[in-house]
Design a protein around this ligand. Structure first.
Ligand code: G1P
Length: 296
């Protein structure tokens, strides 16, 4: 059972500037919701009940977004705007808690996850979702994170979501090597090596870590001992590679689509995808796209 998820949100979002100068990059809107709301919904749909935000003093808007806004709700209620009110109230289900903890220094993703140790403890498995990355599982019976939870429950092994990327993109990702490189979407198989942001010549494959992980609490002592790696940062990938040597780690190949919203084109693609499938605006948006399609 995986009930807790860690979302590292302390980063400054340099890649998203100028949009992220005065608002957290996680609060940038995709159609009608901030990026982080999609990620939290993905976690909740996979059974997560406790979301641990590893955050920074400049990121208060994220906590506010998931908090009850009593005055706004009273005002909407008084005006009879019940549909909007319901939408606000459903941002986070009543049985899901948001907890936040600060990352005092930007020492890397591995360090950010280590900051959640006092909340998670060393004996409980947990999920990690990187909120720059959106996963679109539209039309699937269950989302990819839930697929990973199933694989974790049946094998007891840590799961890392992966997808193929073009060769010229491997240096931007954690890359995994597999004994059997022919991993099909929805399947999970043992990882034989893992390296953070390798050059294309050093990369064991083109299967990239997509920002979704299911890890045991025993990753925390490993993170605490992990020295700075790529970019002189404490890398989650390096600690997972040590975990792999000790007890094995599996890669889960995603079935859905993914967009890197920390990159402008990835963000635009996410808007196109989520706009087209939006229950309220989808049809009109498709008409707009058709209208613009022929224009230079
Ligand atoms: C992080 C991880 C990397 C992963 C990537 C996914 O890198 O360190 O292994 O492939 O997220 O987006 P970052 O994008 O934070 O540099």
């Amino acid at each position: 059972m995986i009930r807790k998820a860690v979302l590292p949100v302390a980063g400054f979002g340099t890649r998203c500037l100028p949009a992220s100068k005065a608002i957290p990059k996680e609060m940038i809107t995709i159609v009608d919701k901030p990026v982080i709301q999609y990620v939290v919904r993905e976690a909740v749909e996979a059974g997560i009940k406790e979301i641990v935000l590893v955050t920074h003093s400049s990121k208060g808007a994220i906590e506010n977004h998931f908090d009850k806004h009593f005055e706004l709700e009273s005002s909407l209620e008084a005006k009879g705007k019940t549909e909007l009110l319901e939408e606000l109230r459903s941002i986070i289900p009543d049985d899901v808690n948001i907890i936040s903890i600060r990352q005092a220094e930007p020492l890397g993703l591995g360090h950010a996850i280590l900051c959640a140790r006092p909340v998670i403890g060393d004996n409980e498995p947990f999920a990690v979702l990187l909120p720059d990355v959106l996963v679109n599982d539209h039309g699937l019976d269950k989302n990819d994170l839930a697929g990973m939870v199933d694989a974790f429950d049946s094998s007891g092994q840590s799961q890392i979501m992966v997808e193929n990327v073009p060769r010229d993109m491997v240096h931007k990702y954690g890359i995994v090597g597999l004994d059997d490189p022919d991993l099909k979407p929805g399947q999970s198989a043992a990882i034989s090596s893992m390296v953070e942001k390798p050059s294309v010549d050093e990369a064991p494959s083109t299967l990239a870590v997509i920002g979704r992980y299911l890890l045991p609490g025993s990753i925390f002592p490993l993170l605490a001992e992990t020295p700075p790696g790529a970019g002189n940062e404490i890398q989650l990938t390096d600690a997972i590679d040590t975990l792999r040597e000790r007890e094995g780690v599996a890669a889960y190949r995603m079935r859905g689509e993914t967009y890197d919203c920390g990159h402008q084109l990835g963000y635009l693609e996410a808007i196109l995808a989520f706009g087209k499938q939006h229950p309220k605006f989808g049809n009109d948006f498709q008409n707009l796209l058709a209208r613009y399609a022929g224009q230079e």
